[in-house]
Ligand binder design. Structure first.
Ligand SMILES: [Zn+2]
Length: 470
């Protein structure tokens, strides 16, 4: 092989995604530059509290962004701080969403200096090159002897996997160009709003994510039915459903499914005296609201089903039952109103693991009341309040929020399948449906168990491929 691959993050865990493709002449491309979260670190020692770039960037001619989740883009401000001025290549939808994500990320963890944030945002807008899906494009801008192609990854809007081909004949064997694929995060085939990912045609090397390499998701049909059942359970008690959710991707999936449930059940009661069509859905997160607006502007990238709903006059992300809450005073009023009134509602607020954000005020006000229900739809990492609610809630335990103890009398439900990640079957299909199977598959972005189980399944199906856990 006329290149090498190194991993600066998401190799011993699932955060801090950053991979490097280096050619024989030393020039290289970075694929993603994400934030480390929780206790995860890079092998060079970077982590959530040490985010400064800890690897050389002099020979980096471009950064390619697979999608705008913070664990894939959150270190871009640090990359600029380290002096990176090359192109930042991403899909057209990612180019719209990236400044939104990075503005928020910089405010939270990078600097309070508004002028500096504005300067970096302007720099990012200058360096971004938006590339349409499914078209080969030379990476001339940064002087890289490569061409690349982005294809839909079905994970969040704008997400892509990337294929690279070495175009400089001096840097590759004469016979055929070598293709290297970086999967980024892959989605599941029935992710709302997004077309399912299609496998690449062929590749020498595939760097493959493995988040759910050892798991199978529930079907989308079951998931929607269970979402409806949890809502009806809470409403039957004249209570509300609290859904802690990550702003990007999952929130929009949820809104999309709630609109479908409301549409199918318009004339049916959701609770005594309240029809589904009169139900209040509250999105209490300015960032999630901004993203939802971004998703709506980018509707040409939606899948056929979602565009069909638009054509039929429906508004999958902006339906009449949806209320968006912006300022802090209305947030506090809504918490108080829902805690007191006993009028059924669904609340979606960040953060997804209850470790901060507006969901915490709802939890403080409503966890002790058995009329309400908490619905956990995402992965809850060890040590977060979300994990404690998931673990101790059903046993009548308690959770610490901002140093105070809160007894959990509200119902607690866990609903899988909104992960936005491919499961084991989807990951195996990604490789299995390639025409030319890779010589090497490198598994990243997963914990040890997920990688080992997926590696075993891949080795069994593709004995001619080397499966590597770097
Ligand atoms: Zn992601």
């Amino acid at each position: 092989m006329n290149f090498s691959i190194t991993h600066h993050g998401a190799v011993d865990g699932v955060t801090g995604s950053c991979h490097r493709l280096t050619l024989v002449d030393g020039r290289s491309v970075l694929i993603d530059c994400g934030l480390f979260q929780g206790a995860e670190t890079s092998r060079q020692g970077a982590g959530a509290d040490r985010l400064t770039i800890d690897f050389p960037i002099d020979d980096v001619c471009a950064l390619v962004v697979t999608h705008v989740h913070i664990d894939h883009v959150g270190r871009i401000p640090y990359l600029l701080e380290a002096g990176f001025t090359g192109p930042i290549v991403c899909s057209q939808a990612s180019a719209v969403l990236l400044p939104l994500v990075l503005e928020d990320a910089m405010k939270v963890g990078f600097t309070r200096d508004r002028a500096l944030i504005e300067r970096y945002l302007a720099q990012i807008r200058r360096q971004v090159i938006a590339v349409p899906y499914r078209q080969w494009r030379p990476l001339v801008d940064g002087g890289c002897p490569l061409r690349l192609r982005l294809s839909p990854a079905g994970h969040i809007l704008g997400s892509a996997y990337v294929e690279f081909e070495i175009v400089d004949r001096a840097l590759r064997p004469a016979a055929a160009a070598e293709v290297v694929v970086f999967s980024g995060d892959l989605g599941a085939p029935h992710t709302p709003l997004l077309p399912a990912p299609q496998s690449p045609y062929r590749a020498e090397v595939v760097v493959l994510e493995s988040t759910y390499g050892n798991r199978l998701h529930e079907s989308r049909q079951d998931r929607r039915q269970r979402l409806q059942a949890v809502c009806e359970h809470a409403f039957g008690n004249l209570g509300s459903v609290l859904i802690p959710a990550f702003s990007i991707g999952r929130t929009q999936e949820l809104l999309y499914e709630l609109e479908e449930i409301i549409f199918r059940n318009q004339r049916r009661p959701a609770a005594p005296g309240v029809n589904w069509s009169d139900l209040e859905i509250i999105l209490d997160s300015p960032l999630a609201a901004d993203f939802t607006t971004g998703y709506m502007q980018l509707r040409e990238h939606w899948d056929a089903e979602a565009r069909g709903k638009l054509a039929a006059g429906r508004h999958p992300l902006d339906f009449s039952q949806l209320t968006t809450i912006d300022d802090h005073a209305s947030h506090l009023r809504t918490v108080e109103r829902l805690a007191r009134s006993g009028r059924p509602a669904v609340v979606i607020a960040a953060s997804g693991m209850c470790s901060g954000g507006r969901i915490v005020n709802y939890l403080k006000a409503m966890l002790g009341d058995p009329r309400h229900d908490v619905l956990l739809i995402g992965y809850q990492a060890a040590g977060t309040p979300g994990r404690d609610i998931q673990e101790y809630g059903p046993r009548g335990g308690y959770v610490q929020l901002d140093g105070q103890r809160y007894d959990i009398r509200a119902g607690v439900h866990v609903l899988g399948g909104y992960s936005a990640h491919a499961d084991q079957k989807d990951l195996l299909n990604f490789i299995g449906r390639m025409h030319g199977k890779p010589r090497q598959i490198r598994l990243v972005h997963g914990d040890a168990e997920a990688k080992n189980v997926l590696a075993a399944a891949l080795r069994e199906r593709h004995p001619q491929s080397e499966v590597l856990i770097p």
